[in-house]
Ligand binder design. Structure first.
Ligand code: ATP
Length: 303
């Protein structure tokens, strides 16, 4: 058994995000085309008995006597307590597998927080995947995904990775194997958006639903222009209404050469899609110049 495991937790964007209904328990039924991008948090896991002292980080904020989980991060933007999704994931797996040993979690945060990029979900997914290896648990990806959905709708996809159609509350995943070549630039303004607020204010009868089948067909045909013409996210109706800067950033992406642009998840992150890496790199420079207060980053996609 390893004593230390390091896992990358990749961010995601939604190339299409449709909400098609609501369950009685409050969960929303989704049809979402999810894509991992090459922007990631690094999660370092070690068994508690083998703990190393990590310098220059916030003090370990959580030591739950029963479960013995410690949590540190280089970022002060994430909660270092029981509300952290990485902590919740560790607790879930320790309990599920009746593990008596503890675990240290250290998060090196690169994904902007409360951005619509599944930052918390991907950390949780990385903890489940990493602990599976660290403790030699032998769970399949499917088993980890079944556990992961208890933590959040995006967690199963973050475990699976790559590109997928997510349905149900996010647990029904169909991998997408074929897609056009593309490069991404993300822009995350200094606004934190509450996913809860966005879903609570969504008026399903008033939104234009993206044509998910057509998006999938365009991806299958590797037709980037067709695909980007079909992009759609019903949650834009709520978030853009509140933060008009998001529309401005979408327009700016198109002005800098993007073939398409959309808000990711519940926002506020906007992404532009480019057909070459050179155009994406140039757009990154121009967007940084124009919006010095906005976090701008070019990224490839994870296939
Ligand atoms: P999604 O796209 O899945 O809706 P998001 O990108 O909008 O997620 P997160 O970055 O996951 O949002 O942050 C949402 C909230 O979760 C924040 O308020 C943050 O305090 C909390 N949170 C808990 N654990 C984490 C974590 N490990 N990383 C980031 N945020 C976390």
């Amino acid at each position: 058994m390893d004593t230390k495991v390091t896992v990358k937790g990749y961010a995601k964007i939604n190339l299409g995000l449709d909400v098609i209904g609501k369950l009685e328990n409050g969960y929303h039924l989704l049809r979402s085309v999810m894509q991992q991008i090459d922007l990631y948090d690094t999660i370092e896991l070690s068994r508690l008995a083998e703990a190393v002292v990590i310098k220059n980080v916030l003090p370990a904020a959580v030591t739950d006597n029963g479960m013995r989980i410690t949590l540190t991060s280089d970022s002060d933007a994430v909660p270092l307590d029981q509300n952290n999704l990485a902590y919740k994931a560790a607790k879930l797996l320790l309990e599920h597998d009746s593990i008596s040993e503890g675990v240290n979690i250290h998060i090196i945060k690169k994904i902007p927080v409360a951005a619509g990029l599944a930052g918390g979900s991907t950390d949780a997914a990385a903890v489940l995947t990493g602990m599976n290896e660290l403790f030699g648990l032998g769970h399949s990806k499917d088993e980890l995904q079944e556990l992961g959905v208890r933590l959040g709708a995006d967690v199963p996809f973050c475990i699976m990775g790559g590109t997928a159609l997510a349905e149900g509350i996010g647990e029904k995943l169909t991998p997408i194997q074929t897609m056009p070549e593309m490069y991404i630039v993300i822009a995350k303004p200094l606004i934190g958006v509450s996913t809860k607020y966005v879903y609570e204010n969504l008026r399903l009868e008033q939104v234009t639903h993206p044509d998910t089948e057509q998006i999938l067909a365009a991806m299958q045909g590797k037709d980037l222009r067709e695909m980007t013409g079909l992009l759609g996210n019903v949650l834009e109706s709520v978030t853009i209404e509140k933060y008009p800067l998001i529309r401005e950033l979408k327009d700016a992406m198109l002005e800098t050469g993007a073939v398409g642009s959309l808000m990711s998840g519940s926002g506020p992150t906007v992404f532009g899609i480019f057909d070459t890496m050179e155009k994406a790199s140039e757009a990154e420079i121009q967007m940084r110049r124009k919006y010095p207060q906005v976090f701008i980053q070019a990224a490839g996609i994870i296939c």
